[in-house]
Ligand binder design. Structure first.
Ligand SMILES: Nc1ncnc2c1ncn2[C@@H]1O[C@H](COP(=O)(O)OP(=O)(O)OP(=O)(O)O)[C@@H](O)[C@H]1O
Ligand SMILES: [Mg+2]
Length: 638
């Protein structure tokens, strides 16, 4: 008799192999007892189900075997998301003829010969049952030639049994073809998802192995479509580029921490502007093994501290190196999860490594190609039909068809305004008309360059020049960040201004409750709010820099938004959300006219911040257009 901890998939497999009348069922249709010793074939299939859940698990096992065999080139071909065919060819050391057959027996492994070896197999884990599992649920053809042999061996397996064996001429290495996966286990086939979903699992698996092994070349082909083509390189940067693309590579930062310590972290992450709506583009490895761990993924996201917008997630790759005895990666049969003796120090190291890397870099977003395309398409739409046609053709031909307005880049940037030009900005009342922009230069800081404000457009964005870059600052977003940091910084006592006539607020019971509840936080932030009668509150003082909060309707709007914050988790989160709210309501608004000196002041305030690049909600505060971008847009260069 065997005792089985059953689940639904497992039961389906058992039902296929055992006559229904010997399975006693309970009221829910689940088997109560099974009085039968399962045959080896069934046991193999059940065990296979643990290791090989879906085509991607087979791909993973095969790629890992190729890597274990020292392959430097791995080519993978897939048909019908792996349900029809998975073929993998490597140039590794290959197998001896006798090993080729042995490898397909359960618990056959060259990785260890005794229990004493267990500890030494630190990096890749072991089970020695991947090939036997795959062979028991598919038709396998292996062709392999060991480096010491003159010829290769070809074996065909069906249902885990050898049905053909022979010799063949081939290069050193191994080629394994898996056809019709799960065709003999319909229950498992039934649980597979659409081709698109299964293929995405395969891509994930290959991507992870490719990231962990930049010195190995990988190709992945789905039918006729090439999905991945990663050339071998000694540099992780090259692999990052091949996997995540040029845009992410251009906006990436290296992380590196704990070099000589027992636990170290390195990797490459994209800057916040390249974030993704799903969590799938952050790959975390422990001792080169990909793992999925919520705490560690959250630690990386925390390192971005407010730079990511809501529902956006980091992109990149992080490698954690640590003593193998501090982590168990074999807790799950498919080795996806890790168990740590203590995850906290790893998480905090990770968070700090990410924060340091992002803190030491220029996080101003570049406008680049996308913006240019948007401009071009807008220009295209707004032109009269005749001109439209010509522009369209011009854009599609070579640079010979595009005539630049000037033959040489101007040395004057920004162009000096002439009387005919509209002024971009309102001068200060006391400023003396034409001022040299140099006078306005705001010196640079750790991560933000020095810049000269030029003016304001749409009464919403500040234009500034920094070296040969044009910077565009969202005045509300930027000021909101400044205000938030001031509010957050407990060391700064927020100065209050008493209102000569207190503001009266009529509050609903829910609003009153909230104001009472958060009174201390509001007071810390510079407000004095007191109850006055049953439904009325008086605002006697506001923070000195409260700006638009001096208007009663703005204070009221803010209090009303407080109601929506009811769901925040901890008091700390709540406090921060309230501060964000105050910051938002008290900062310069979009549509507000600014003098040059106010712009200059705002830029100086931004320079004082650790992170001036995102507003409290993670939106960018500042974007950059380089001289090259401008030249491209004006077709001075192509
Ligand atoms: N592509 C390959 N090139 C050379 N040898 C291989 C290859 N694939 C498998 N082998 C040999 O077959 C053995 C069995 O492989 P299998 O994947 O079943 O188990 P394992 O790799 O030893 O352990 P596990 O996959 O559970 O970590 C390996 O130990 C290795 O000796
Ligand atoms: Mg293996």
């Amino acid at each position: 008799m065997i005792y089985i901890n059953y689940n639904v998939r497992f039961i389906d497999i058992i039902k296929e192999h055992i006559s229904p009348n010997i399975i006693k069922q309970n009221a829910n249709g689940l088997p109560m007892t099974i009085i039968k010793v399962l045959d080896n074939d069934t046991i193999d299939k059940i065990a296979a189900g643990e290791v090989i859940e879906r085509p991607a698990s087979a791909v993973k096992e095969l790629v890992e075997n190729s890597l274990d065999a020292g392959a430097k080139e791995i080519d993978i071909k897939i048909l019908s998301a792996g349900k029809k065919l998975i073929q993998i060819v490597d140039d590794g050391q290959g197998m001896m003829p006798e090993d080729a057959e042995l490898a397909f027996q359960r618990h056959a492994t060259s990785k260890l010969s005794s229990i004493d070896d267990l500890d030494t197999i630190a990096t890749m884990g072991f089970r020695g049952e991947a090939l036997s599992s795959i062979a028991s649920v598919s038709e396998v053809t292996i062709a392999t030639r060991h480096e010491s042999q003159d010829s290769g061996t070809r074996i065909v397996f069906r249902n885990g049994k050898v049905i053909e064996k022979g010799e063949l001429g081939m290069d050193t290495g191994t080629s394994i073809k898996i056809a019709n996966l799960f065709s003999n286990v319909p229950a498992r086939l039934k649980f597979l998802k659409s081709d698109r979903v299964e293929m995405s699992h395969i891509i994930k698996v290959v991507t992870e192995r490719a990231l962990a092994n930049p010195d190995v070349s990988f190709t992945l082909q789905n039918g006729e479509v090439e999905i991945l083509n990663c050339r071998a390189s000694q540099h992780l940067e090259d692999r990052f580029l091949d996997i995540f693309g040029r845009k992410a590579a251009k906006a990436s930062v290296k992380i590196d921490a704990g070099h000589d310590d027992p636990i170290s972290v390195h990797g490459i992450l994209a800057k916040p502007e390249i974030s993704k709506p799903s969590k799938d583009d952050l790959h975390i490895f422990i001792n080169l093994r990909p793992i999925s761990d919520r705490i560690l993924a959250a630690a990386v996201a925390d390192g971005y501290a407010g730079m990511l917008m809501k529902h956006r997630h980091p992109v990149g790759v992080v490698f954690i190196q640590m003593p193998p005895d501090k982590v168990d990666i074999n807790v799950h049969p498919t080795k996806k999860q890790a168990k740590f003796s203590d995850p906290k120090p790893i998480a905090s190291l990770l968070k700090k490594a990410v924060a340091d890397a992002l803190g030491n870099t220029d996080l101003i977003r570049e406008v680049g190609g996308d913006f240019q395309r948007t401009l071009e398409s807008r220009a295209y739409v707004s032109q009269p039909p005749e001109q439209k046609k010509r522009t369209g053709r011009d854009m599609s031909v070579s640079s010979a068809g595009v005539r630049p307005i000037a033959s040489r880049p101007s040395t004057h940037w920004p162009p000096k305004p002439t009387p005919a030009q509209p002024h971009l900005f309102e001068e200060d009342a006391n400023s003396s008309g034409q001022e040299n922009c140099e006078d306005h230069e705001v010196p640079g800081s750790r991560s933000m360059p020095s810049m000269v404000p030029i003016g304001q457009i749409l009464e919403t964005y500040i234009l500034a020049q920094s070296g040969s870059d044009l910077l565009i600052i969202d005045q509300h977003a930027a000021h909101e960040r400044v205000m938030l940091e001031r509010l957050r910084n407990a060391d700064i006592k927020i100065a209050q201004q008493k209102l000569i006539t207190p503001l009266t607020l009529e509050l609903s019971p829910r609003e009153r409750e909230l104001v009472d509840h958060y009174r201390q936080i509001l007071e810390d932030a510079g407000f004095t709010i007191e109850p006055f009668g049953r439904t009325t509150y008086l605002v006697r003082a506001v923070p000195v820099f409260s700006g638009s909060l001096e208007e009663p309707e703005n204070i009221l709007a803010m209090v009303q938004e407080l109601v929506d914050l009811g769901k925040a988790r901890s008091i700390e989160t709540k406090r921060d959300e309230i501060l964000q709210l105050i910051a938002c309501h008290s900062s310069i608004r979009a549509g507000e006219k600014l003098s040059i000196s106010r712009m200059k002041r705002l830029i100086s305030e931004m320079h004082e911040l650790d992170n001036p690049f995102n507003c409290a909600h993670g939106r960018p505060t500042i974007i950059k257009m380089t001289d090259r971008d401008l030249e491209k847009m004006f077709k001075r260069i192509v």
